[in-house]
Every structure is written in C-alpha cells, then in structure tokens.
Ligand binder design. Structure first.
Ligand SMILES: Nc1ncnc2c1ncn2[C@@H]1O[C@H](COP(=O)(O)OP(=O)(O)OP(=O)(O)O)[C@@H](O)[C@H]1O
Ligand code: SF4
Ligand SMILES: [Mg+2]
Length: 336
C-alpha cells in the first residue's frame, strides 16, 4: 500500500454489493432492461486513488453517479466514514455530502458557465459551504488557482471560461471542486477531451493533491496509461461487474481475467484498430441470464462458463471473476 494511503482510519468510502438496473421504454417493442451495475463492491481510503476502467457502456459513469448520489441503487450499501448513505434518501443531496464528495467531469467546456468569471465559479462554493468569511473569499480563490497552477491568479480570476484553454478550464473545474475541501474527488474522464500534451499536467496535479492533501480519488477512464499512472488500485468493469480488482501495476502488467487481457492487448494494438475500451459492446452479446457475461467473446470459454456466472476469487492479490481460477470455499458452498 503506498504511504500516502491512510491505513489507520477505517475506509473513507465503502461500496457494497451495489446493483443498478435501467429500464428504457421505446415507443415500439418491449421495454429494455440494462444491468448497469451488478454486485459491485470496493473501498476507498483517504489518500488512495482507484481507477475504474472498461469499455464504453460497462457502467463506469453509472457507478460515479451512484457514489455522487445522483442515482440511487436498486440494492446494496454506500457508506461514508461508516455511515450508511442510503438509509434515508433526502430529496436533495445534502450540502454536507457535497462538501465531502466532489466531482470533475469530462467536458471542461460545458462544466463552467461562460457568463461568469473564474472568480465567481470559485467564490460561490466557498461561501455556500461557508469555507471562508465573505471578506476572505477573493484571496482564497486566488490561492486555489495557485494550487492548480494557474498563475498569476489575479489575471485568471478576471477571465471568463471562453478566455481559457481546455486544460486551463479543467484546472478551474478542479479548483472549484477543491474549494469545499472534499475528502473524495470523483473524476469522470477528466483528461479525455484534452490534448495529449496537457493531459499529463492535469494527471500530475491530481497526483500531487492525493499525495499532499490525502485526497481520495475515484478516477474513471478509458485510458489504461492514465489509470496506471495515477491509481493505486484498478477495477476492471465489464457489463456492470467488476471482473478484476487489484493493485494497478499488477493488473496492468499481468492481467488475470481474459477481458482485462483483451483490453490491454487492444490498447497495445490501438494504432491498428479502434481500442476495445472505446468500442460499444459487440452486438448480440446482451447479458445472458446464466453463465459468464463475457463467454460469447472469451477465447478461453468452457462448458462451465456457459452455465455458471463466476463469483470473485482471490488470485495473487487480486479478486478475479473467472472460472480459470480455483473457487473459494464460499463459492463451492453456494453452488452445492
Ligand atoms: N439513464 C439511463 N437510462 C437507461 N440506460 C442507461 C442510463 N444510464 C446508463 N444507461 C445504460 O447503462 C449502461 C452503462 O452506462 P454508463 O454510462 O455507466 O457506461 P460508461 O462505462 O460510463 O460508458 P462510456 O465509456 O461510454 O462513458 C449502458 O448500457 C447505458 O446505455
Ligand atoms: S469465466 Fe469462462 S468465459 Fe468467463 S472470462 Fe473466465 S474463462 Fe472466459
Ligand atoms: Mg461514461
């Protein structure tokens, strides 16, 4: 475990057995049910960064929205510092929760309002969350800009979002999230709309915040290289299930699940074809009721895979949902 991670206190956030389904009704034809999250569990400690990776439609943003309480799961638990967040669902997300869990979204062009200056974007959350006295808000906004590397702050405070580059806007979005001094930052594809040349700057900034402020980060990305760089742990999602979960280096360097291997191979061969991570799931592979959801694409499929959905099992420091590895005693019991 890296030394930035707080292993003394209990986990900051614990997500346990989350399930989320969507039902979409078209004008014609039967209603379509999508399982966007199935039996998802993970924990985040202070100072720890977890990356969620997986192809388009695998359920990454749904999980982010569940953690942010913008969606409610069908079942499961979400605990913040041990307190169950789903027991009593408020009509609106409480100010206290927003003060602890903040987000940065993919599109720095739509996440800021062009009518307002950078200063307005920073002062508003500072005052709303009562982080400073009104007379100190201007100075604190300047400090936040320094933290995210936008200097001289006086110049950037006066600007409007349309007077900034994409990378600068994303830094303002991060500064705005930091204004409330959150414990957890949920970043959904924060660099995917940025030029490759400025992506690294934003990732470095997130890494510094994690190190220096013990900020916990849930990073959602298509980009395994970014995930490997920033994250301590990697969760690989397929059809809403976590198919592999382990230390980022181990998962990237010696993937255990056939889907993780396919994901990594597709990125290595990305020059030749569209990376798997950006592709929508293949047509005709709608989730089977029984068996492993990856069976129809898996080069290692066997009879057992078509009949039984594998439960996670421990494989060299990782949890892997695949019949290639020996079952745990608990699973054997379940199937008996
Ligand atoms: N509000 C909704 N109503 C119906 N289906 C939804 C809704 N939100 C998400 N889904 C479905 O749930 C699945 C997971 O979607 P999600 O947006 O979480 O995927 P993702 O991994 O973030 O994909 P991407 O990489 O393209 O952003 C998809 O099949 C999607 O169509
Ligand atoms: S359980 Fe079977 S089909 Fe599923 S990933 Fe493992 S080997 Fe492939
Ligand atoms: Mg998404």
């Amino acid at each position: 475990m890296p030394e930035t991670v707080d292993t003394v206190r209990p986990p900051l956030m614990e997500v346990r057995g989350i399930r989320k389904t969507f039902v979409s009704r078209g004008l014609f034809g039967p209603a379509k049910r999508t399982v966007a999250a199935e039996d998802v569990s993970f924990r985040i400690r202070r100072g720890e960064s977890i990356a969620l990776v997986g192809e388009s439609g695998s359920g990454k943003s749904t999980l982010a929205r569940l953690v942010l309480r913008l969606e409610r799961p069908d079942s499961g638990a979400i605990r913040l510092d041990g307190e169950d967040m789903l027991v009593r669902e408020p009509r609106r997300i409480s100010l206290a929760y927003r003060g602890r869990v903040q987000m940065v979204f993919q599109d720095p062009f739509s996440s800021l309002n062009s009518v307002h200056t950078v200063e307005h974007h920073l002062v508003r959350p500072l005052l709303r969350h009562r982080r400073v006295a009104p007379g100190d808000a201007h100075a604190r906004a300047g400090e936040l800009l320094r933290t995210v590397g936008l200097e001289p702050p006086e110049e950037f405070l006066r600007r409007h979002p349309y007077e900034l580059s994409g990378g600068q806007r994303q830094r303002v979005a991060i500064a705005r999230a930091l204004a409330v001094e959150p414990d957890l930052l949920v970043a959904d594809e924060p660099t995917s709309m940025l030029d490759v040349s400025i992506r690294m700057g934003v990732l470095n900034l997130l890494a510094a915040l994690k190190r220096e402020r013990r900020l916990a980060i849930l990073l959602i990305t298509h980009d395994l290289a970014s995930a490997r760089y920033l994250a301590d742990r990697l969760l690989v999602l397929y059809r809403g299930r976590v198919v592999e979960d382990g230390p980022a280096g181990t998962v990237v360097e010696s993937p255990a699940h056939p889907y993780t291997r396919a994901l990594i191979d597709s990125i290595a061969g990305a020059g030749r074809s569209e990376p798997l991570a950006r592709r929508a799931p293949d047509a005709g592979t709608t989730a089977a009721d029984r068996g492993c959801p990856f069976a129809s694409r898996c080069p290692e499929v066997r009879d057992r895979c078509l009949a039984i959905d594998p439960a996670p099992r421990l494989v060299e420091g990782r949890r892997v949902r695949c019949h290639l590895y020996p079952e745990t005693a608990a699973e054997q019991e379940r199937e008996a």
